[in-house]
Design a protein. Sequence first.
Length: 252
Amino acid sequence: MEFVRARIGPLSFGTADSDGRAAVDERVSGDSARERSGKYATPIAALAGSDEIGSVRLLAGGVADTDTPTYTLSIEGGEPAVRPILESDPDVLSWEISSAESGFVYAYVRFRAPPGVGVLREQFTQDSLVVVLPATFLPDSVELTVVGTQSDLSRAFETLPPFLEVSVLEVGTYREGLYRGQSLTDRQREVLETAYELGYYERPSETSHEEIASVLECAPSTVGEHLRKAEKRLVSEVFEGDPSASGKANPY
């Protein structure tokens, strides 16, 4: 089995044509394609676009053939930042925060989905294809990994509608442990990757917190904090599973 990790979007805009298929809304383009009437077009995009919220990951849901899916989300941020977005969005039909601890909110959200969401669901659940969760939402797109035979993967990505843009991030043979490290935040991954590239984990170490901080233009104490949290998350994945996939697991 092979896998493709890709970023796909925009999911927020599109209309149904006469055949019932999703089509691009020509009235929306440029920056306005990310916002509608001064806000993001879906509650999930609004969460991902908030300056007070980090990663937004889909842990479960969205598989049933419906335009009002229910998502189980892991949201990096405080409840005071999450609650107003869910309360004020008219496309949110129901929601519940199951837990909020250690900087993460775990929530169930049922909402009206734009056509792009249904297109991806239909496209990537055919034949041998399976979407491996978690998937990460961005303000105007989603980053996901699809597993299947090479022929099915090629067919699915080549036949996506033209209003969906695809950036392929990684391809390869699917193997156990592919998703190790997916619980890291973008900043933790950046710091960890920089440390690794500079030889921080060599013995003896070839760099220091000060040198890593100089490359990343931040304080050495910030480097140390990010490395500590990233290392603990990776260890937690080995012994406890993905710490972002359960409200009971310690996300740090």
